[in-house]
Design a protein around this ligand. Structure first.
Ligand SMILES: Nc1nc2c(c(=O)[nH]1)N[C@H]1C(S)=C(S)[C@@H](COP(=O)(O)O)O[C@H]1N2
Ligand SMILES: [Mo]
Length: 423
């Protein structure tokens, strides 16, 4: 295949594809190579005849215009207004594991605020020996730490509890991003203030009107939480909490307080709105689970999928997706093309790392058959991502948050895809 495609232009493939309908019979693959000289390879093109743009044209670059559909999108009916809303990462169009900040999902309860570094203050108070207030410059002088972590909203995939609903991995699984953070361990600041023995929890607040206050057990706060000021090498974007946010590895996105302004050490949880009426999981009998902080192992095939139909006809098909676990590292991802009857182990782009996204690929020989495409993640605690029916048997159908069930895409003979459930 690779050898043949060298003698075939991309345009040639498209032309043959149109003539033959969408599914391209194997014979057409060799015929297209005999379509005569391809000017794109035999003729000098404009981009080689004239000079390109100078280095002074683009002090800070955006993606080339041909990629303008790789953007965040929202689901208009989901929330009443854009101020308290969410958009979704275009995971269907990305590869690798790092999410570019410019298209990493945003979730705000009262809009993205603009908070300048000189106006930034971070207070540590409550059950501490020395209540302290830090400026942004103070934070920059503590020993630094870095780490790549996924941040997943607990509501990711929440619209799929009752049935298959949204057509695209961007919408079903795009409330997630995975970035490289630089900042300082939260422990450093807590040690600086001196946590009193009766300090068992912290309460963290943002500077925005919503404040998004959440309680976190002191063990987690002292373990791996970070006050981050850089993501993917650059300052946090406004929408991700500039100039500093909390990073709570493996735990639900709601705890990752943006525009972090206050950390109060307390002897118990505050039981704020965000951890009582929201971010709790109502079960079938009407009772609710709370303190469901950890994001369980989960995966999704990002392509092919409803937004990424198969357009290239029969033969080699790259099936790809993402897997992650808040409990540890992804050790294995299996892919099924028959709705979970049989499984093949996918290739991991790199060995899974704790609380980071893992990319998987499965190289498949597609002969135009319908597929019920699924992926199933496993982590180093031995946990296996559940089917939808297994999850519903335990959690019922009243939940919004923490839906980590196996996703199914129905790939049709024409290469298009639809969100479905298998029983
Ligand atoms: N201050 C503040 N922090 C916040 C929020 C907010 O509205 N205000 N939203 C939370 C929620 S629900 C999620 S899922 C994550 C989203 O982070 P992101 O906007 O970087 O994607 O931020 C959390 N931190
Ligand atoms: Mo969230």
């Amino acid at each position: 295949m690779a050898g043949k495609s060298v003698t075939t232009s991309r345009r040639g493939i498209l032309r043959a594809g149109l003539a033959a309908g969408v599914a391209l019979p194997a014979a057409a693959l060799s015929a297209r190579a005999q379509g005569g000289p391809d000017p794109l390879i035999t003729e000098v093109q404009d981009w080689a005849r004239y000079t390109g743009e100078g280095v002074d044209e683009t002090p800070y670059g955006l993606p080339i215009r041909f990629e303008s559909d790789v953007v965040r999108r929202n689901v208009p009916w989901l929330t009443a207004d854009p101020i308290s809303s969410i958009n979704f990462t275009p995971i269907h169009a990305l590869d690798g594991t790092i999410t570019p900040a410019g298209c990493a999902f945003e979730r705000h309860h009262s809009g993205a605020i603009e908070l300048a570094k000189p106006d930034y203050r971070l207070m540590v108070n409550g059950l501490v020996d020395r209540p302290l207030v830090f400026t942004y410059e103070d934070l920059e002088r503590f020993p630094r730490h870095s780490g790549v972590y996924f941040c997943e909203c607990a509501a990711n995939t929440g619209m799929e509890w009752a049935g298959a609903q949204l057509n695209g991995s961007q919408f079903t699984h795009g409330m997630i991003h995975n970035m490289e953070y630089v900042g300082i361990p939260l422990k450093t600041l807590l040690d600086e203030a001196g946590v009193k023995p009766e300090g068992k929890w912290i309460y963290v607040e943002g500077a925005d009107a919503s404040s998004n206050g959440r309680s976190i057990p002191i063990e987690k706060a002292l373990d791996d939480c970070m006050v981050a000021f850089k993501a993917n090498g650059e300052a946090l974007r406004k929408e991700h909490g500039y100039p500093a946010r909390l990073v709570v590895p493996g735990w639900e996105g709601n705890l990752w307080v943006k525009w972090l302004r206050r950390i109060e050490v307390t002897d118990g949880p505050v039981e704020s709105r965000e951890e009582t009426s929201k971010y709790t999981d109502t079960l079938a009998d009407g009772t609710s689970r709370k303190w469901t902080w950890v994001m369980d192992a989960k995966s999704v095939v990002t392509a092919p999928s409803p937004q990424v139909p198969i357009r290239h006809g029969n033969g080699p098909l790259v099936i790809t997706g993402l897997a992650w676990s808040g409990r540890g590292a992804i050790t294995r991802v299996d892919v099924s093309v028959d709705g979970g009857k049989t499984w093949k182990t996918a290739r991991l782009a790199a060995p899974g790392q704790p609380m980071q996204m893992t990319r998987f690929w499965l190289d498949h020989d597609w002969q135009g058959e319908e597929m019920l495409l699924q992926s199933r993640a496993m982590d180093d605690t031995g946990y296996v991502q559940p089917t939808k029916s297994a999850l519903r048997a335990i959690r019922g159908e009243n939940s919004v948050y923490h839906n980590n069930a196996i996703q199914t895409w129905w790939i049709k003979q024409d290469g298009s895809a639809e969100n479905v459930e298998v029983s």
